[in-house]
Design a protein around this ligand. Structure first.
Ligand SMILES: [Zn+2]
Length: 119
């Protein structure tokens, strides 16, 4: 179970790490301050990472409008479900919106059938 986590949480973690990667890349660039060209390259790369991260945060916002809010049967908190199956954001309880999948073992592949959510 532990290897799955809520999709929105996953994307958010990725966006956050991208910000750190961006700062690390810019920090590396400082070591090349004797060579303005290389330094500029690292700085731009870092900025691109941070801009990409901002874009991902924006994308999460867009995705959030497509999610369905449900009350988790396990921890009774309100969580968001994206796609046919997703995990509870708080306790990682597998949740489904498709009654035909109810009771079946959680499998990430059920999501492949739903369009443009997993890209
Ligand atoms: Zn829960």
């Amino acid at each position: 179970m532990a290897k799955y986590s809520s999709k929105i949480n996953k994307i958010r973690t990725f966006a956050l790490s991208l910000i750190f990667i961006g700062f690390i890349i810019m920090y590396i660039g400082i070591f090349f301050r004797t060579s303005p060209l290389i330094m500029t390259f690292f700085m731009l790369l870092g900025v691109v990472c941070i801009i990409a991260s901002t874009g991902i945060y924006f994308w999460i916002g867009m995705l959030s409008t497509k999610t369905v809010q449900v009350v988790c049967p396990n921890c009774e908190k309100t969580t968001k479900v994206l796609g046919r199956v997703d995990m509870c954001m708080y306790c990682n309880e597998p949740l489904t919106l498709d009654p035909s999948l109810e009771g079946k073992e959680f499998d990430q592949k059920y999501n492949r059938k739903s369009k443009n959510i997993d890209q």
